[in-house]
Design a protein around this ligand. Structure first.
Ligand SMILES: [Cu+2]
Length: 283
């Protein structure tokens, strides 16, 4: 039986060409294990993409175009980060489990030589992670522009095209309640937000005391409520139902309970609610 010629241990002076070293490296058991574990862990992590959306949709989201955009972004970002996450976990687990047989009494294993710089490895790692990161940056910017357009940007409600056909709501946060005033009616104020479906709504948001954050969860609206200033946001609710409104800025002892509801109803239901509450539509 002839023995395969033993490969010379690699050292900086007798290094074979890059490609050869890369192939050699991939033949090593730990490299193969890490690659296999990366693929297995990657597949195990895949359901996360859908689980996250299922969790977000528990309470009826998406109830607007904006929320739909946010969910798509969450899905894509999770998907794109899975290969890197899987690789990091594979290295971590292999370091914990694969090498655990080395005890302090044994000398270090000889079959795993010192790691030298491997150009192909470095190029692959850098190019792949940079490409993924760039993709996320570009995707993020496009989505941000899309969401800004869908939330009517920074143009105030009365300057928007068709602004008069929209609902304007003045949102006020204070420790620890939300109040919604409808300036187009005769002084209607409510602690539950009513909105007609499929109609643009503009929020003028402010605070009476500390900084709060107006978060209409399933509508995908989240904006700071600052004392002494008005911030604006907009959305078109496209789903009937009752959804959550929360404070998303730590604002004191009862911050966690600073929540109420948004009820998205038909235009007829909205008009009759306005009448019931004694408000008269003035525009
Ligand atoms: Cu608050």
């Amino acid at each position: 039986m002839t023995q395969a010629p033993q490969e010379q241990p690699e050292s900086p002076t007798n290094r074979p060409p890059s490609m050869h070293r890369f192939k050699n490296w991939m033949r090593r058991p730990y490299a193969r294990h890490v690659m296999i574990w990366t693929v297995v862990i990657g597949f195990l992590l895949l359901p996360l993409c859908w689980l996250l959306l299922a969790a977000m949709n528990q309470t009826g989201a998406p109830a607007s175009e904006i929320m739909q955009d946010i969910e798509t972004t969450v899905f894509v970002f999770t998907l794109v980060s899975i290969p890197i996450t899987a690789f990091v976990f594979a290295v971590l687990l292999y370091s914990l489990i694969g090498w655990k047989r080395i005890s302090s009494d044994e000398p270090p294993m000889q079959e795993n030589p010192a790691i030298f710089t491997n150009r192909i490895g470095v190029v692959l790692w850098t190019v792949v992670t940079s490409a993924l990161a760039m993709f996320l940056v570009v995707w993020g910017m496009i989505e941000l522009a899309q969401i800004t357009a869908n939330s009517y940007g920074t143009i105030s409600a009365n300057e928007q095209p068709g602004g008069n056909q929209s609902v304007i709501v003045n949102v006020t946060g204070q420790q620890w309640v939300w109040t919604f005033a409808y300036p187009q009616t005769d002084g209607l104020v409510s602690d539950i937000l009513y909105l007609p479906v499929d109609k643009p709504v503009y929020f003028n948001v402010t605070s009476k005391d500390v900084i709060h954050n107006f978060w209409a969860v399933e509508l995908g609206v989240k904006i700071d409520a600052n004392p002494g200033a008005v911030t604006t946001a907009g959305v078109t609710p496209n789903k009937l139902g009752t959804f959550n409104i929360r404070c998303a800025e730590l604002c004191g002892m009862h911050h966690a309970y600073m929540e109420t509801e948004v009820r998205v109803v038909t235009q007829e239901q909205f008009d009759s609610w306005v009448r019931e509450m004694g408000g008269r539509r003035t525009s």
